[in-house]
Ligand binder design. Structure first.
Ligand code: KIV
Length: 264
């Protein structure tokens, strides 16, 4: 079994093969997803909403992510594992280095941070210290109160242009992966074409280099609500392993996300 690395993910983009990804928070699900052949697992701060019952991701702490990263790492043999830096855990470069070190020591192979060009210096500093970084643009849930709700981003031409410029700035600073959330499909395509690094979409249409879903949404068991961009694969298959297999197959074939699960 060949372990998926960051260069393996890049090769997939270069070969035009879609990258499949899910969130995971514990060893049992991580093992099951890994065995079905998922490429990447994210210990997302979405755990605040789907595990802790919070209404947003802001209360999640670095200790929460560290704890769940240890569990996911133990269940994972093949998939690439990345972990979220929670709200306000990367406000300054020094704070970021200390917190990223905790997640890398817990078993992450990359950390993810939400935000644009204000993060460039921190990204360079992390890379120099041996920490690979995934960016996150579009609907960045930690900024929900700035956006005034969980809203689609980049619909207006000037906002789309700004987002594209931010994505290029993050790439120039050294990100090796980008998560792009809740943007029109046309913008998902433009960003994926403009960057050399893989772009993993969630509600960003099916022209991105891969897809990620929150595992509870993919199983249709989230406590709060089901986002439009997600699909309940458990309802379709009636079996957790089959649900994951079908999700992987539909991402790889480009069947998911369909226009029904995308934004204009
Ligand atoms: O926290 C999370 O699970 C995420 C994904 C939705 C990409 O950031």
């Amino acid at each position: 079994m060949k372990k998926i690395t960051v260069s393996g993910l890049l090769k997939k983009k270069q070969a035009g093969e879609k990258i499949t990804s899910l969130t995971a928070y514990d060893a049992s699900f991580a093992k099951m997803f890994d065995e079905q052949g998922i490429d990447a697992l994210l210990i997302g701060d979405s755990l605040g909403m789907v595990l802790q019952g919070e209404s947003d991701t802001l209360p999640v702490t670095i200790e929460d992510i560290e704890y769940h990263t240890r569990s996911v790492r133990k269940g994972t043999e093949r998939a690439f594992v990345l972990a979220d830096m929670p709200f306000m855990s990367y406000a300054t470069p020094e704070q970021t280095y200390a917190n990223a070190a905790k997640l890398m020591a817990a078993g992450a192979s990359m950390i993810k941070m939400e935000g644009g060009s204000w993060l460039c210096e921190t990204i360079q500093g992390l890379n120099l210290r041996g920490v690979p970084v995934c960016g996150h643009l579009g609907l960045t849930p930690q900024s929900v109160h700035v956006f005034g709700g969980f809203k689609i981003q980049g619909r207006e031409a000037d906002k789309a242009e700004k987002l594209l410029a931010e994505a290029k700035a993050l790439e120039a600073a050294g990100i090796q992966l980008l998560v792009l959330e809740c943007v029109p499909s046309s913008l998902g395509k433009a960003v994926s074409e403009a960057l050399s690094v893989p772009v993993i979409g969630i509600g960003a249409g099916n022209d991105t280099d891969g897809q990620i879903l929150v595992m509870h949404d993919m199983f249709g068991i989230s406590a709060n609500y089901m986002p439009k961009f997600s699909k309940n694969y458990l309802a379709e298959t009636g079996d957790m392993r089959k649900a994951v297999q079908q999700y992987i197959a539909e991402v790889q074939s480009g069947a998911f996300p369909s226009p029904e699960h995308s934004f204009e």
